[in-house]
Ligand binder design. Structure first.
Ligand code: NAP
Length: 263
């Protein structure tokens, strides 16, 4: 066999010339992914549900790494939000060729008490909006024969929390969609993958994890005995959004300190 030893790995991670929409990047994991992609040269479209201080501050941090980045807003539980987000993007640049579907909502309710509206809202934000944004961005990715779609799932795909039945189901459904679409679009140079985070120290967990007894019960279940920081997801996202990950598709990459493992 003749080897090409010039693997040029740094270049394969480079994202200059790429445009990345990261939903829910005003805070938490999405913010860290946005910063990571910007650091490697992508023009990043930072997104929040509505204009806010965190959104402004995330954009400022992203722009320090990638000055042409900008922000859009839209509550993904509203009908037509994905289309309106796409319209905002088109005022600045063509639609993104990297799509990171990170925004989600979750409610804690016993499964036998979940109101219909609450179930619908979670499915709308966590699944339907992801599908709509994938459909909106697919034609450009197909035309240019390059695209990256990355969904952010959850360890709850494997270990559903008893009081978050719909959230867990929405993440499992999204991951199933990833495998389905990955097979169909691979021929166009588009990869579709999922990251399944474990327990991250972000705003949504702040209240629960500030209870020391609860926090200890949680960390006792994690093989590393620690939570993740938002930036722990950024390296995995960079791999799956760059040419370094061009042969990875339909994958589900757990970033969970081993939490999904039986034991
Ligand atoms: P977070 O800190 O709660 O931030 C959520 C982001 O999503 C915010 O920017 C928020 O926008 C946006 N968002 C929420 N509801 C929205 C809506 N209806 N429409 C549009 N945007 C909305 O979240 P996180 O903890 O970083 O989680 C990020 C992803 O990882 C989520 O998909 C979550 O399910 C998944 N995950 C997280 C953990 C964890 O331990 N944190 C574990 C497993 C999976 P605003 O800032 O405008 O409110």
């Amino acid at each position: 066999m003749k080897y090409d030893d010039d693997i040029n790995l740094c270049k394969k991670f480079d994202l200059h010339g790429r445009r990345a929409l990261v939903t829910g990047s005003a805070r938490g994991i999405g913010r860290a992914i946005a910063l990571g992609l910007a650091e490697y040269g992508a023009q990043v479209i930072v997104h929040g549900a509505a204009p806010s201080g965190p959104l402004e501050s995330a954009l400022e941090a992203v722009r320090k790494r990638s000055p042409s980045s900008f922000s859009v807003t839209g509550n993904l539980s509203d009908a037509g939000a994905p289309e309106r987000i796409a319209e905002q993007i088109k005022h600045h640049c063509p639609l993104p060729d990297i799509l990171v579907l990170n925004a989600s909502i979750q409610y804690r309710t016993k499964w036998f008490e979940i109101p219909h509206e609450e179930a619908l809202k979670q499915m709308q934000v966590n699944f339907n909006a992801s599908l709509a944004l994938m459909q909106i961005c697919f034609p450009l990715m197909k035309e240019q024969k390059w695209g990256r779609i990355l969904t952010i799932g959850s360890v709850q795909e494997f270990r559903p929390h008893p009081d978050m039945a719909i959230y867990a189901a929405s993440k499992a459904a999204q991951e199933n969609l990833v495998r389905n679409v990955a097979r169909q679009v691979a021929v166009y140079g588009i990869t579709v993958n999922n990251i399944a985070p474990g327990v991250f120290a972000t705003d949504r967990n702040e209240e629960a994890l500030s209870n020391p007894e609860y926090a200890k019960r949680v960390t006792d279940c994690i093989p590393t005995h620690t939570y993740a920081e938002p930036s722990d997801a950024a390296g995995a996202a960079l791999l799956l959004c760059s040419d370094a990950g061009r042969y990875i598709t339909g994958a589900n990459l757990a970033v969970d300190g081993g939490l999904r493992l039986p034991g």
